[in-house]
Design a binder for this molecule. Sequence first.
Ligand SMILES: [Zn+2]
Length: 478
Amino acid sequence: MRDKGKILGFIDAKAGVFTGLSDRIWELAEVRFSLKGSADALCETLKNEGFTVERGAAGMAHAFTASFGSGSPVIGILGEYDALPGLSQVAGAAEKKDILPGGAGHGCGHHLLGAGSLAGAVGIKDYMKETGLPGKIIYFGCPAEEAGSGKAFMARAGLFTGIDGFVTWHPMTETGIWGVSSLANYQVYFGFTGVASHAAAAPEYGRSALDAAELMNVGVNYLREHVIQEARIHYAYTDVGGKAPNVVQPSAELLYYIRAPKTSQARGIFERIFDIAKGAALMTGTAMKMRWDSYCAEYLVNDALGKAMYANLLAVGANSYTQEERSFAQRFVDGLPESARQGIPGKVAKLFQNEKPERIAEIAGQSIIGDIMPYSMSGSVMPGSTDVGDASWHAPAVQLFTACFPAGTVAHSWQFVACGCSSMAHKGMLQAGKVIALTVLDMLENPSLLAEAKAEHIRRLAGETYQSPFPPELVPEE
Ligand SMILES: [Zn+2]
């Protein structure tokens, strides 16, 4: 007989372990694949909890799997723990204040994500241990979500094969079930090599790699008119070839993100951009070399699992907040630009569509929006990318988000970093951990739920299978 209350009790009993772990990862603020301290902290906790930990998953030193149980089904719980460069910020400070100038900070709440997913894994593990419930859970320690897409490398290594379902979450400013897809994203470098020469005395001997990079961008900017509306193409110069105008630049490099709602569309645009890069090299007499940074697939939603997770979110219930927590959050809301503050009611009206105008005004007037959003699995596409997409192509996946940050604040901001160790963030994290544990319980106990989710997953794949675009020799770049 299931006892969901018991699982919630298991998580509450160890709440201090989970919040301590989250705060520790926040302090470390490690980026991309260089996540030693954060992975150490997570692995140590999982080992202490009786999980079998295997470090170095898919050839990445700080990726890992932590398993408990045996047999089937096998449920994957995804955890992330990477920070963002340049977002160092003092905890709790309601104005921009670096701890370390130029340092990194947890601007997307992945410290909460990793620890909250772990809380869910521990909660269901404690229940399995006590009841002898069969099945296996695997916590995937996934590096480099922000840039580098650790899960795409895990997918290529076959780590997601044989999993029956994936569960995860993301810290946010509202609470609900993730019902949208994301953009597939090709992340590739185009490097040009030319010939250096005196730009005034002997320009005829020079072949400018910088010219090639600029002509490539011009070509791509013309291409924009001839791609689908939903595509997103952005670039950054990762090498401008030097600082001296009197030297013909012998090297230049661009990092391109090429995004579209479907992998096949992103691939098509990537192929055209690759041709443009070749053209730019031909025009300038330089050589072009493309190399991969990473890739992620679009996220496939799952309504069957979404509904199950929503029922669990309602069962766990909305968080309540103290006056002190609301005042803390209000300081951040007050500090937002006027336009951001004015945007809150419109966003709330969109998210809480069926509510009466008075109720929407009430929700939008709060500094913390803890109310649970109505269920929606629209499958529409959000203009961003996540490597959770790569997992979602292997098995039905479901995720929730919970209010961990003040209303109106946005991801990848110093405000998210500043609030990352607050009690409101901890509450959102523990709430997510509980919903994850209960949803995994449903998946372990209820074969018809997994069967329904899998049938839907096959429909959503529409005959396609996951194909890693990476060449076999590609290794993740720190
Ligand atoms: Zn994120």
